[in-house]
Write a protein that binds this ligand. Structure first.
Ligand SMILES: *Cc1c(COP(=O)(O)O)cnc(C)c1O
Ligand code: SF4
Length: 349
């Protein structure tokens, strides 16, 4: 098997290179790459079947990215919630810690597309040490989420060093890694990597699959290596217009993930990130999809549909409305639309 670094080195970085594989007009696409980088590695390229494909839309630049006049660069106010560079401290008990600036693919809908894969994202040994020091000094932090960029693109040694320093912090109970690698470069999940990761339990990985076409044998093998090392796997899917914004596609994705021992965790309503407006759906789209899925498929396959509120206000669950009234009886509709009641007992709290 070709080494993952070699695969990454052979990535396509411009639409012009892509014309060797697909018949399309790349002229209008080149300018987009000047603002937002493109990277499609040969593995992900092999999953793309056509220029109309849901995987194509995730990976290939679109002139609409530059025409976005609605969205803003940093909708989650990550920069103002940052006590030290590359730490985002929004919730009392957990922090986001950006430890890598690169990804194995640059997703066109990325929330951090203002910086991921560009020189504005500066991560150094010094910024990492300062981040670790902040976590060590802030005793309310129970959990750290490693993100970026993709933490699993760091070398084994670098990752080992970060994880071991974090693991040594007494009040830090859990390490969570956010990584798209199991989906976009599954050969990065090597036995050597897994041997490192499993030293730092309780360690969770939330990966990121958006479409059933991404559930390849290689991806299943990567998830299996991780799960066999006792790492609980979750998935953070983004709801994307024209890619996965229907119940049939998401049902297939979520059930497929469960078979790969990955628990669907969040389904994200699109963020207001500049250059991604064309991917955003109306909030009713996701809520209707959830209504079709809840009850009709295993609860294990159901993620929380969540909106990350603009301005760094936190994640808000978007749930279909089941409750009709809550007087003396609680009246609600079930998943089939039947009216049901539940007699209350006691005063409201
Ligand atoms: C999403 C997010 C988290 C994690 O939230 P969970 O609901 O625990 O998954 C933590 N910090 C920041 C800044 C986030 O955006
Ligand atoms: S892998 Fe994640 S961080 Fe990287 S480009 Fe895709 S969405 Fe953004």
């Amino acid at each position: 098997m070709t080494h993952w670094k070699k695969i990454l080195q052979n990535s396509l970085n411009s639409p012009a290179e892509l014309t060797r594989y697909f018949d399309f007009d790349n002229t209008a696409l080149e300018a987009t790459c000047a603002s937002f980088p493109m990277r499609i590695n040969p593995y992900f390229l092999s999953l793309i079947q056509s220029v109309h494909d849901p995987l194509w839309k995730q990976a290939v630049p679109d002139p609409l990215e530059l025409e976005d006049t609605v969205c803003i660069a940093d909708p989650l106010a990550e920069e103002s919630l940052s006590p030290v560079p590359n730490i985002v401290h929004k919730y009392p008990d957990r922090v986001l810690f950006l430890v890598a600036s690169e990804c194995s693919m640059y997703c066109r809908f990325c929330t951090r597309k203002r910086m991921v894969g560009t020189s504005t994202m500066r991560i150094t040994e010094d910024s990492i040490e300062k981040g670790i020091t902040y976590i060590r000094r802030t005793k309310t932090i129970r959990e750290v989420l490693l993100s970026g960029g993709d933490p699993l693109l760091l070398s084994d040694n670098k990752l080992d060093s970060i994880l071991s320093r974090l693991h040594g912090i007494p009040h830090l109970e859990i390490i969570r890694i956010g990584s798209r690698v199991p989906c976009t470069l599954p050969m990065r999940i090597t036995k050597e990597l897994v041997t490192i990761l499993k030293k730092y339990h309780p360690l969770y990985i939330n990966t990121h699959f958006n479409h059933p076409q991404e559930l390849s044998e290689e991806a299943a093998e990567a998830c299996s290596l991780l799960a066999n090392a006792g790492i609980p796997l979750g998935c953070q899917t983004v709801l994307l217009k024209g890619i996965n914004d229907n119940a049939k596609t998401l049902k297939k994705l979520f059930l497929g993930l469960l078979r790969m021992r990955v628990k669907p965790y969040y389904l994200f309503q699109g963020d207001l990130t500049k250059g991604t407006n064309h991917f955003r759906t109306h909030s009713s789209c996701g809520i209707n999809i959830m209504r079709q899925l809840i009850g009709s498929v295993s609860g294990m396959a159901i993620p929380t549909l969540a909106l990350d509120a603009p301005g760094g206000k936190g994640k808000i669950p978007l749930t279909p409305q089941y409750i009709i009234s809550n007087g003396q009886d609680l009246t609600f509709k079930n998943y089939c639309g039947e009216l049901c009641t539940y007699p209350e007992n006691g005063d409201p709290i």
